[in-house]
Design a protein around this ligand. Structure first.
Ligand code: SAH
Length: 370
């Protein structure tokens, strides 16, 4: 006899959770009660959900569970950035990073196991792609981080104030699981975060940018990294499918009709590759008329990658050109690089590397490796 596979309630956005209860002959507000326990109090054990009747708690046990990923290891950087490796039910591992700052605490989460996009300067790309994360694996990272930082009981003064999808993977290529997770982040019964504090970062999946706008209101960051197609084709191969002009049009549509909206453009600073004054001026032209902020990210090196970080003076010169033209520009401080937690350094372990790695008969990482 096979045990029934339990429904992980972390896989269900608010509407779906209400549906789960009504389909079982229960009132829809049970969903509200359960969400409060899970997301506001960090409780996963039905036995502790004391405002549900004993009968309901007993009936949930065999059919449902609240199951986040498992923590395998934690590293703390000299600058207090923390990185966790998380193990998924199939042995895959992903990474998640918490970056404390005086005014905010940013949690950087993953959306896929590995990444299929193959950006030439990113460590995650090196490991290939295995699969999309489920809703439970995405929102489960946030649940876990609250637990690990003792944030579930912190009330309004929560440590985690911002969530960014800048960990492993391309969130917009996992659209169907991304959107419910985003809804749980902004819903009052979930984490109740404002749309300004939830940022999806994309390498530029143009059709999904339009769909995102229709589905849920959150902030968008675009990993631009080059102002022209020739260079961007090289750095971000997805550009061959969705070239710069199409991407910029999608960005314009994303902010259309909401004067408070802007796009954050991420631009990794690679020495002598994309960091000259000419590149800065081209970038300025591209951003004309676009409500935009630019984040310059000093390149974080990793083993076997030929790029070098731009010099401090090249970064400052680049920033000044943008800044003087009135473009809000900040240089992102490198955080957590001593524990490989900085942008582009996340590289959990994946159990089966598909796509381009298959032909090299790469060594398979065992389930116990992470
Ligand atoms: N796939 C998404 C989100 C993941 S990467 C995206 O492309 O936006 C998060 C950010 O880190 C992106 O802007 C990415 O280009 C940048 N990044 C990747 N590798 C990097 C590296 N080695 N140094 C600095 N930034 C890097």
């Amino acid at each position: 006899m096979h045990a029934e596979i339990k429904q992980n309630l972390l896989d269900l956005e608010p509407e779906a959770l209400r549906g789960f209860f009504t389909a079982r002959g229960e009132r829809a507000y049970r969903a509200t009660q359960v969400m409060r326990w899970v997301f506001h109090h960090g409780v996963t054990d039905f036995a502790e959900m004391t405002d549900l009747s004993q009968t309901l708690r007993d009936s949930l046990l065999p059919v449902a569970e609240v199951r986040p990923p498992e923590v395998v290891s934690e590293q703390v950087s000299a600058d207090a950035t923390r990185k966790w490796a998380l193990r998924l039910h199939d042995g895959n591992c992903i990474e998640m990073v918490f970056i404390p700052e005086p005014e905010r605490g940013t949690l950087c989460i993953s959306s896929q196991v590995g990444c299929a996009l193959d950006c030439s300067f990113c460590a995650t790309a090196r490991q290939g792609f295995n699969r999309n994360l489920s809703v439970a694996e995405i929102i489960g990272q946030v649940w876990l981080a609250h637990e690990l930082l003792d944030d579930h009981r912190a009330g309004s003064g929560r440590t985690i104030s911002n969530i960014v999808f800048m960990g492993m993977g391309e969130p917009l290529l996992n659209f169907n699981n991304l959107v419910p997770a985003l809804r749980l982040l902004v819903d009052d019964l979930g984490y109740g975060l404002s749309k300004r504090r939830v940022t999806v970062s994309t390498a530029g999946v143009v059709p999904a940018i339009d769909r995102l706008r229709e589905a849920v209101d959150v902030s968008l960051a675009v990993s631009l990294h080059a102002p022209d197609d020739a260079l961007r084709d090289e750095l971000v191969p997805l550009n061959r499918k969705y070239p710069v002009a199409e991407l910029m049009d999608a960005c314009r549509r994303y902010v259309q009709g909401d004067r408070k909206k802007f796009i954050t453009f991420e631009y990794v600073m690679l020495r002598d590759v994309n960091d000259t004054p000419g590149h800065a001026r081209e970038l300025l032209k591209l951003l004309q008329g676009m409500p935009a902020k630019v984040n310059l990210i000093p390149f974080n090196p990793f083993g076997g990658c030929g790029y070098r970080t731009s010099t401090q003076s090249a970064i400052e010169r680049f920033r000044d050109i943008l800044y003087r033209a009135g473009t809000m520009t900040i240089t992102r401080k490198t955080r957590g690089d001593d524990i490989d937690a900085a942008c582009g350094q996340l590289a959990g372990r994946i159990v089966d590397r598909s796509r381009r790695f298959r032909r090299f008969s790469a060594p398979r990482f065992g389930e116990t490796r992470c």
